[in-house]
Design a protein around this ligand. Structure first.
Ligand code: IDP
Ligand code: MG
Length: 210
């Protein structure tokens, strides 16, 4: 009862913060403790409660490879691109910056080896650093492709990364895996498993329940 009263009175006294959790606005409330035991929740180091891991829900552990290409890095677009995936609710599980070798890139783009633009693609992709990321979440492969937009920026819809920032098909800012199988292959190609971090997301109560 006392705790209940504190929950109600505290926000009135202290504004947005709440002893029973974090008040994020009218619709969003992250409880400090699980309302019932049926959700198997436990607290993390930040004191926020969260529901058990995403593994119980089919497809939530899906992962994809996203890369900010040299033009995106040169144009200081990394932050904006990361922000889009965070805002969408996906979980970052791996990130690194590197200058890729043509050998690695030719494995990555193995399906395009016969295209006449292939040598130019390798040259451009190896010309300066890339930022490579692995994002995890429900339907992340397909959703990322939609967020990234058509290969040719001239055909990409506004609101997509390529529709907003892409200049030309050869300078289209980002890479996104095009299938779950492709994503698995690409993730293994670019990341050692020790570089991928499994971590519990404190807001998974809003992203993992059906
Ligand atoms: P995607 O990146 O949308 O999956 P893909 O067909 O897999 O498109 O092509 C890989 C990359 O090759 C493209 O993102 C783009 O950078 C480059 N590319 C594709 N088509 C052309 C082209 O006609 N000219 C030059 N570069 C191209
Ligand atoms: Mg592709």
């Amino acid at each position: 009862m006392v705790l209940f009263q504190l929950c109600l009175l505290r926000p009135l006294l202290l504004g947005q913060r709440n002893l029973c959790g974090l008040w994020l606005g009218r619709e969003s409330f992250i409880p400090a403790r699980c309302p019932t035991k049926t959700h198997h929740c436990h607290s993390n180091n930040f004191g926020f409660g969260h529901y058990s891991t995403s593994s119980a829900i089919t497809g939530v552990r899906e992962r994809t490879l996203i890369a900010v290409k040299p033009d995106g890095v040169q144009r200081r677009l990394v932050g904006q691109i990361v922000q889009r995936f965070e805002q969408r609710g996906f979980k970052l599980v791996g990130l690194k910056m590197l200058k890729a070798s043509e050998d690695l890139l030719s494995q990555h783009y193995q399906e395009l080896k016969k295209k006449d633009f292939f040598p130019y693609l390798l040259c451009y992709m190896s010309s300066s650093p890339l930022v490579i990321m692995v994002w995890e979440g429900h339907n992340v492969v397909q959703t990322s492709r939609m967020m990234v937009g058509s290969t040719n920026p001239a055909e990409a819809h506004p609101g997509t990364v390529r529709g907003d920032f892409g200049i030309h098909v050869s300078r289209n800012v980002v890479h996104a895996s095009d299938s779950v199988e492709g994503a698995q292959r690409e993730i293994q190609l670019w990341f050692n498993h020790t570089e991928l971090i499994d971590w519990d997301c404190c807001d998974h109560s809003s992203t993992t329940r059906s």
